[in-house]
Write a protein that binds this ligand. Structure first.
Ligand code: 5GP
Ligand code: ZN
Length: 113
């Protein structure tokens, strides 16, 4: 998708430190971290958000959970704990309209909102 910052990162048009990559997902650090560990887990396919998922995306959605599990382990967050957040549309606080999950950890996080 033209003018989508995450598509540009996925396509390596913008260089990022890649923390995880497979055929459907990529992960990199959030540019404006809200926690000691703040990773963005992004679908390679441009899907705007959860509401934009189609019936064909069941496996993709599932893979986000399992990749998050792997990343949490890799960053030693699995025992201490972490938050997986997917902001959706305006009231959900979504700013980048390309599906991504935030993995937040490394400290005791506050309440949700
Ligand atoms: P959202 O509010 O859409 O769920 O979160 C978008 C996130 O993307 C924000 O936390 C923001 O800091 C991050 N972000 C925006 N632009 C860039 C960028 O160019 N590179 C990286 N690494 N993160 C970005
Ligand atoms: Zn995109």
């Amino acid at each position: 998708m033209e003018n989508c910052i995450f598509c540009k990162i996925v396509n390596k048009e913008i260089a990022s430190e890649i923390l995880y990559e497979d055929d459907e997902l990529i992960a990199f650090y959030d540019i404006n971290p809200m926690a000691p560990v703040h990773i963005l887990l992004v679908t390679k396919k441009h899907v705007a958000n959860i509401s934009d998922l189609s019936d064909d995306d069941h496996a993709l959605a599932c893979r986000v959970l399992f990749a998050a599990k792997e990343l949490a382990k890799k960053f030693n967050l699995d025992e201490s704990g972490f938050r997986l957040a997917l902001n959706n549309n305006a009231d959900g606080g979504q700013e980048v309209f390309h599906l991504h999950a935030h993995i937040l950890g490394g400290k005791k996080l506050g309440k949700m909102c």
